[in-house]
Design a binder for this molecule. Structure first.
Ligand SMILES: NC(=O)C1=CN([C@@H]2O[C@H](COP(=O)(O)OP(=O)(O)OC[C@H]3O[C@@H](n4cnc5c(N)ncnc54)[C@H](OP(=O)(O)O)[C@@H]3O)[C@@H](O)[C@H]2O)C=CC1
Ligand SMILES: O=C(O)[C@@H]1CCC=N1
Length: 277
């Protein structure tokens, strides 16, 4: 892939830009970026990564192999419309916008374009994203492989059906926030039980890393790993009993179902915005 364009220059675009440029799969100057109006932000990205930043939409899109849409859902229609006249059949459009379906993009562009929908997460910034990727029928095998390679610069990338992408969004797109939410509570309780903040953070982080590595390397299911920590009549059992009494397991399930449903709602919202306008 020679030229990659980012429409939207926020945190998700930067995570991808940083890793693509570090990885060298696209030359820095061939990574192009624009945003709505924050020129300072574009200068900053230009200085830090040597990317090409511009508000000239025609120059931006001309000769692009891939155009990554990285605006917030509410800005998706305006952002896409601003580059639409310059998109051509050879380009791969990649949207990372939560909820926005391939069908809605197809309706918006009204051309036979290769379109990919991706859902990374913020751990992309350190190369540890878990990304789901889906395509429409115009995407060639080569383009699919190139899109996968782009997202592999920020971590794991897996091909999924488009119908699964709202679920990927609810599970792993939003997933880091669920873990941080849990950690906030662990940090708070550490202070309550008399552990000093820095020590607590080290213990919590190492506990997460250890548990993640156990999950990654062990053939045992998560339930069995949990049972192995839980001695009969022991401390873990006492703690978990409180989680069970407060229906934390069920709440977690509800949380992921709700986030998934909300991804679908965002998609319908964008689709209505498009139809209205
Ligand atoms: N954050 C996350 O955990 C994840 C986010 N996503 C998705 O990534 C997308 C981007 O999120 P994030 O990077 O956090 O968002 P940010 O708010 O950090 O960045 C949004 C960017 O879009 C630009 N923008 C807005 N309107 C337009 C327009 N009309 N034309 C060009 N650029 C425009 C903004 O420019 P300006 O500053 O000038 O207004 C800004 O650079 C979202 O759709 C989100 O659903 C996907 C996976 C995970
Ligand atoms: O909260 C959001 O809408 C975005 C999508 C996945 C993670 N953050």
């Amino acid at each position: 892939m020679r030229k990659v364009v980012f429409v939207g220059a926020g945190s998700m675009a930067e995570a991808l830009i940083a890793r693509i440029s570090a990885n060298g799969i696209v030359k820095n100057g061939d990574i192009w970026v624009t945003n709505r109006r924050d020129g300072e932000r574009l200068n900053d990205l230009r200085e830090r990564y040597g990317v090409t930043a511009t508000y000239d939409k025609e120059a931006l899109i001309k000769g692009a192999d891939a155009v990554v849409l990285a605006m917030k859902p509410k800005d998706a229609v305006a952002g896409l419309e601003s580059v639409m006249p310059y998109l051509t059949g050879k380009m791969l459009i990649i949207s990372v916008i939560a909820g926005l379906s391939i069908g809605t993009i197809e309706g918006l562009v009204d051309k036979e374009l290769a379109i990919a929908r991706a859902m990374p997460n913020t751990s992309a910034a350190i190369g540890k994203s878990a990304t789901g990727l889906a395509f429409n029928s115009y995407v060639t095998g080569e383009q699919a492989a190139q899109a996968k390679a782009l997202f592999e610069t920020v971590g794991l990338a897996a091909f999924v059906e488009e119908s699964q992408l709202d679920a990927v969004t609810g599970l792993s797109g939003s997933g880091p926030a669920y873990i941080y939410y849990l950690v906030e509570a662990m940090e708070y309780s550490a202070l309550e039980i008399g552990l000093e903040r820095d020590l607590a953070k080290d213990l919590i982080v190492q506990t997460l890393l250890g548990a993640a590595e156990m999950l990654r390397t062990s053939e045992k299911p998560s339930r069995q790993l949990r049972h192995e920590v839980t001695s009969p009549g022991g401390t873990t059992e006492a703690g978990i009993r409180v989680l069970e009494n407060n229906q934390v397991h069920d709440s977690m399930i509800q949380c992921i179902l709700e986030a998934t449903a909300h991804s679908k709602k965002l998609g319908s919202m964008i689709s209505r915005q498009f139809e209205a306008g």
